[in-house]
Design a protein around this ligand. Sequence first.
Ligand code: GDP
Length: 196
Amino acid sequence: MKPIPLKFIKSAPGAEHLPPDVGQEIIIAGYSNVGKSSIINQVANIKDLAKCSKTPGRTQLFNVFEASPNQRMLDLPGYGFAKVPIRTQKTWLSRLHEYLASRTSLCGVVLITDIRRGLRPMDIDLAAWAFEQELPLMIVLNKSDKLSRSASAAAKRQILNTINIPDTHVILTSCLKRTGITDLSKQMKLWLKISR
Ligand code: GDP
């Protein structure tokens, strides 16, 4: 499977700074330290792609990565960042919801989690929002190398039992062992309409 040819375009403080709302766009969200940057690097097969976009202030709404002007991934760096005061987090969330309601190219949500921690409050909010909007959701259980095969399977089953989501949309990954990345890339390419 070919990597997704992503380029870092910019960090955007709000929806008004995003590239034009054309083509396909997916969101990648997850609490800090779940391995979100590592996943972006893995699907693009570029070692430090997502590192350059780690903003010190953490108040940016989006980091924009493009495969082409019609095929984008928006990384949400401020998601669940614990050190940000609750009021700032609320402003961030309401701006995110404003964005999400207005962007017609948005065609899928990828939620990255640490398999050992399951879904946390902001994950559940985002998943609920995706359902409400009838947007496809993919849940990535990363760091699966940290659990045994049976414990990993149990974590996946638990998600499938609590959320109405297709089996193919819950993916176990390990950036350390490079497992699950092909399945994840395949789904992302489908959403972004990348044919190869
Ligand atoms: P982010 O804050 O969500 O962008 O997370 P990073 O990609 O910076 O990763 C946080 C830490 O988790 C780093 O030390 C990574 O090397 C590590 N990490 C990321 N993915 C995996 C994985 O699949 N398995 C293990 N064991 N560690 C991982």
